[in-house]
Design a protein around this ligand. Structure first.
Ligand SMILES: C[S@@+](CC[C@H](N)C(=O)[O-])C[C@H]1O[C@@H](n2cnc3c(N)ncnc32)[C@H](O)[C@@H]1O
Length: 210
């Protein structure tokens, strides 16, 4: 991206109404409103749930998840960047989702009740390349969900619209009782991101952790 247009983008971002709202309400990112909209529609959380958040930095989804699962809930986050966590009391790991050891994410837990992924690749501006990278992150998030979700568990994954969008949503449909897609109002209109929501994980016999 050219320097000037990035500058304009940053300025627009700072003046964005969701950015201002997040700042006022003490959330670490405007992304919090995407998860809250998805949750309003799909009712993902219960008190005491165990939640894994992939690509959790700077930490607004963890803050939101804490508000829903309460102090008895357990939150685990992963991000390549170290700044995540905030006030959520989560156990946060720094690492790459593509190489992370799933056992490390589980720690003392046996399973998660919800697996979230808001992971986005560093965009190159080349649409096909960005779509392919987003698909790879989504596929890995879904793989981790398959390995770690409790029966009946829920999944939310960010996915850029692209050639494999239908194929990947069909994969979610096969693994969960219901599968839906949502583009929250707080997602920027120009963004090609969508969220795929799977509810009611159908545990398979082969879900062994390697
Ligand atoms: C849009 S941000 C997430 C915002 C977060 N949901 C929040 O509410 O604060 C996307 C995150 O995905 C992370 N990410 C992208 N690729 C990753 C990878 N391969 N492994 C781990 N994290 C990754 C980025 O570092 C970035 O922090």
């Amino acid at each position: 991206m050219a320097k000037d247009s990035k500058g304009l983008g940053d300025r627009a971002n700072r003046h964005d109404r969701f950015h201002q709202k997040a700042k006022k309400e003490g959330f670490l990112a405007r992304a919090v409103y995407k998860l809250s909209e998805i949750d309003d529609k799909h009712d993902l959380f219960r008190p005491g749930m165990r939640v894994l958040d992939l690509g959790c930095s700077p930490g607004s989804w963890l803050q939101y998840a804490r508000s829903q699962v309460g102090i008895t809930g357990q939150l685990v986050g992963l991000d390549r960047n170290a700044q995540a966590g905030g006030t959520s009391g989560a156990r946060v790991h720094v690492g790459d989702v593509l190489t992370v050891d799933v056992k490390l994410l589980l720690g003392d837990l046996t399973q998660f009740d919800v697996v979230l992924s808001d992971m986005a690749p560093d965009t190159s501006g080349i649409r096909s390349q960005d779509q392919a990278r987003s698909e790879a992150l989504f596929e890995r998030a879904l793989e981790i969900a398959q390995l770690t979700l409790a029966p009946g568990g829920n999944f939310v994954g960010k996915l850029f619209m692209g050639p494999d969008f239908k194929k990947l949503t069909e994969q979610v449909r096969a693994l969960f009782t219901s599968a839906k897609t949502q583009k929250p109002d707080s997602s920027r209109p120009q963004s090609i991101e969508q969220y795929v929501i799977g509810k009611g994980f159908k545990k398979q016999a082969s879900g062994e952790i390697k």
